[in-house]
Design a protein around this ligand. Structure first.
Ligand code: SF4
Length: 365
């Protein structure tokens, strides 16, 4: 396939990276250490979005490894994925949703990835048994949707994607199927040059609604190629939602966050979540901003958005559930469970004493 060949030209070594940025010998050797643990891979398309004259370019920060990744503060499983795993690659945390880790590959590797423990690293946690998934879902009538994620499921061949769709669209109590993907951003060719994929999506979206949950974090990612891919997906019956990770020096200015959410609506993508950056090892220290600051940024940004643009919820994807950050008053910060792992917590409203530097629920008392 054409797109598989395009991926072969990804930049994957620090030596190659030197064709684009200057690195002194010390930095070069530290970055080699970083990518040995968490590989680098960048499509030429995504690389072309970087302004190499600007050391603070947001795309650069999201995709080029940094020596900050040597900081090990945090965890590799911040959302409790291990405890939600029913069998290899199959998770059931929220009663209505089954989640499948379909591959450990992505078209490019985000340096802030919350599944850094496995993405680009190992296929050990990857789903293998479609029959078992079918049986599990059949036994759990409360499941009304499947989220196929990874890594990035659009790295699977169209044949394998069709296999998933064929199985899941036959399960009567499933209302919809979701694919979590950043491929339209990294490698729009996967959509634009693969008419077979589009015809498969079109065929199965007539049986059940298919959603793509994109991850667009900065306005610079909304290129004309991405917009063309979005149009093709929409014409194939796909509904597009987006989640954004709120990150230091990437999108933590209210104007940038507002511009991003407004642009999403303009090109036909629904804002869905703004995620508090998780306290992931090699990520937390240089990407996470404190909850109190995050709340202020989001609220200020909302003053620049229409109702459509601010449909998202600002949440922490915590091991106990998706927790919305709803307010700060006096010395207290208020939360609400938008989705709870324990159904008894569903909708629970609670408060904690505000600690200005805290970036995650567990850091509050
Ligand atoms: S696309 Fe998603 S899964 Fe892949 S590296 Fe980026 S954040 Fe991780």
């Amino acid at each position: 396939m054409y797109w598989k060949n395009v991926l072969k030209s990804n930049v994957t070594t620090i030596d190659e990276l030197q064709n684009y940025i200057d690195l002194d010998p010390k930095e070069k050797s530290l970055l080699k250490k970083v990518v040995k643990r968490h590989p680098m891979s960048i499509t030429k398309h995504y690389l072309s979005l970087i302004d190499f004259e600007n050391p603070d370019d947001p795309i650069r920060k999201m995709i080029i490894p940094s020596v900050n990744e040597l900081d090990l503060t945090g965890s590799y499983d911040t959302s409790g994925e291990k405890s939600n795993t029913k069998f290899i690659g199959f998770q059931h945390k929220y009663s209505q949703t089954a989640l499948i880790l379909s591959t450990h590959r992505c078209a490019s590797y985000c340096r802030f990835c919350f599944r850094k423990r496995m993405v680009g690293v190992s296929s050990r946690e990857i789903f293998r048994n479609l029959e078992r998934a079918k049986k599990y879902i059949n036994h759990h009538q409360e499941i009304n949707n499947v989220l196929v994620t990874g890594g990035d499921p659009l790295m699977l061949s169209t044949k394998v994607i069709e296999k998933f769709l064929n199985r899941f669209t036959k399960i009567e109590h499933l209302d919809f199927i979701r694919f979590g993907t950043k491929t339209p951003v990294f490698l729009p060719q996967r959509i634009l040059e693969d008419s077979k994929l589009l015809s498969v999506l079109k065929k199965y979206s007539k049986r059940k609604q298919i959603y793509f949950v994109l991850q667009i974090d900065h306005p610079k990612e909304i290129t004309k190629e991405l917009q063309a891919a979005v149009k093709k997906l929409q014409l194939s019956g796909i509904i597009l939602n987006n989640q954004t990770v709120l990150m230091k020096d990437i999108n933590d200015k209210p104007e940038v966050l507002a511009e991003l959410q407004n642009m999403l609506v303009k090109v036909g993508i629904n804002p869905y979540y703004v995620f508090q950056c998780r306290p992931v090892k090699r990520v937390k220290q240089h990407f996470q901003i404190p909850l109190s600051k995050g709340y202020q940024i989001v609220e200020k940004a909302k003053t620049m958005m229409s109702g459509h643009s601010k449909r998202f919820k600002y949440v922490m994807s915590h091991r106990t559930g998706k927790i919305e950050i709803v307010g700060i008053k006096d010395e207290e910060i208020y939360f609400k469970y938008h989705q709870a792992k324990d159904i008894r917590n569903q909708g629970k409203f609670f408060k904690k004493k505000l600690i200005e530097s805290a970036g995650w629920l567990d850091e509050l008392r």
